[in-house]
Design a protein. Structure first.
Length: 210
């Protein structure tokens, strides 16, 4: 009788041990972007190819798992730093190595990249009589002192756009009577074009010659 009870108790102990082993302790990892957006490349373990996830994102991992997180910024932004449950002294690491020893909530911070900008400084006179010159002057700015190497002026009328200038400052006699939206973009030395800048006085009015 006692032998049978002993065998039964040992058998139940084995089942309990097996049951505990099939339910590992999990840890929650949450990653967000600030400003919102971007992605995170999660490698588990760190040497694997990994998977990209849009932010914000969360996932569960077994306790004490080794992970590698690479912050992928949105377009026109760069990675700045991590904040939240980051290992001390590793806020600037990208990729970031961490262990899921506890639940962690991290934020990847983005910094906007300086952009190439175009500005229209002068379009005059407005209005002007056809056959007479209109003076155009623009400016461009690029980050880190990169030079502006190309200029593209366009006018748009009746849904049709045409390039009419490739210098920062010039006079143009080519306008016939009508109304024209004036636009400018510039290109920096590294090949980056600015967005189109619109003249704040649009449209330019050219009147018929008397």
């Amino acid at each position: 009788m006692w032998r049978r009870l002993r065998v039964l108790v040992l058998g139940l102990s084995s089942l309990l041990l097996i049951g505990c082993g099939s339910n590992p302790v999990m840890r929650l990892l949450t990653v967000s972007g600030q400003p919102p957006g971007g992605q995170v490349l999660v490698r588990h373990p760190p040497g694997e190819a990994g998977t990209n996830y849009d932010l914000a994102w969360s996932g569960r991992f077994t306790r004490n798992a080794d992970l590698s997180l690479t912050a992928v910024p949105p377009a026109d932004s760069t990675f700045d730093r991590w904040s939240g449950d980051v290992p001390e002294g590793h806020e600037a690491d990208n990729p970031l190595l961490l262990v899921t020893d506890r639940d962690r909530d991290l934020t990847a911070h983005w910094q906007a990249q300086p952009q190439v900008l175009a500005r229209i400084l002068e379009v005059s006179p407005d209005p002007q009589v056809e056959g007479n010159p209109v003076h155009f002057e623009g400016a461009g700015e690029a980050p880190a002192g990169d030079p502006i190497v190309a200029w593209e002026w366009r006018f748009s009328t009746d849904g049709v756009a045409r390039q009419f200038g490739d210098r920062p400052e010039f006079d143009c006699w080519d306008f016939s009577a009508g109304e024209y939206d004036i636009l400018l973009r510039v290109r920096s030395g590294d090949g980056t074009w600015s967005e189109w800048a619109e003249w704040e006085g649009n449209p330019l009015t050219i009147t018929a010659a008397g």
